[in-house]
Design a protein around this ligand. Structure first.
Ligand code: CA
Length: 222
């Protein structure tokens, strides 16, 4: 799951991005509104955590542009305690939730999970794809109730394929689900990680199909 964090406060932004990365998300951090706006043009994020008071372009304007483009990405806004008007304006402009600063990171993570569940209807606490079970909160896969060893990136790839089961997922989306701006993963990195994931899944009889020129696919099970 790839999150855009928009926050100009360096200390808060740093703490938040570290916390979210440790929770298993891929996080891009934009420190001003303009950068956020252009990132939202380019990448299809699973959710946005949006501060309102920002340099270059304020958060409400970023949100307004996002919704004008009919993008339905989940947005959680961060507002100051005394700005009831901002909160109302944010919700009116199509924010899905808000948190009042100072925020508690554990609460932000919980609100994000709730938004992502709504966004991806299949993102239940667990996803069954027999014989495997993927536990979205603990970032763990089990096989016959025992942990099934996957690296964090292999886990993210499997999760991305599972929330889109039955649909072809492009290499670009898969790359987006495992790397942020700071990573320099080339697109052939996907082939390397997919090769490893495939080998592991074959051991339990699950096959990831390659759809030439389009991407990868996990078939629906009956
Ligand atoms: Ca701010």
């Amino acid at each position: 799951m790839r999150i855009l964090l928009v926050e100009d406060d360096v200390i808060l932004g740093n703490a938040t991005s570290i916390y979210l990365r440790n929770s298993g998300y891929v996080v891009d951090w934009a420190k001003d509104g303009k950068l956020a706006d252009s990132a939202l043009h380019e990448v299809d994020y699973d959710a946005v955590v949006l501060d309102l008071g920002l340099p270059q372009m304020d958060g409400l304007e970023v949100l307004k542009r996002l919704r004008t483009r009919k993008q339905t990405t989940s947005v959680i806004i961060l507002t100051a305690r005394d700005s009831l008007e901002d909160r109302i304006a944010g919700l009116d402009l199509g924010a899905d939730d808000y948190l009042i600063k100072p925020i508690k990171l554990a609460e932000l993570a919980a609100r994000l999970r709730a938004q992502l569940r709504r966004q991806h209807a299949v993102l239940a606490p667990t996803i069954e794809y027999p014989p495997l079970t993927l536990h979205t909160k603990d970032r763990l896969v089990t096989y016959q109730n025992q942990p099934f060893a996957l690296s964090p990136r292999e886990f993210s790839l499997l999760e991305t394929l599972l929330v889109r089961v039955g649909r072809v997922v492009s290499k670009e989306s898969l790359l987006g689900s495992i790397s942020d701006w700071d990573d320099s993963l080339g697109s052939n990195a996907i082939e390397v990680y997919m090769h490893r994931l495939r080998k592991k899944l074959l051991l339990v009889g699950i096959e990831i199909r390659t759809v030439r020129g389009l991407g990868y696919l996990l078939d629906k099970q009956n």
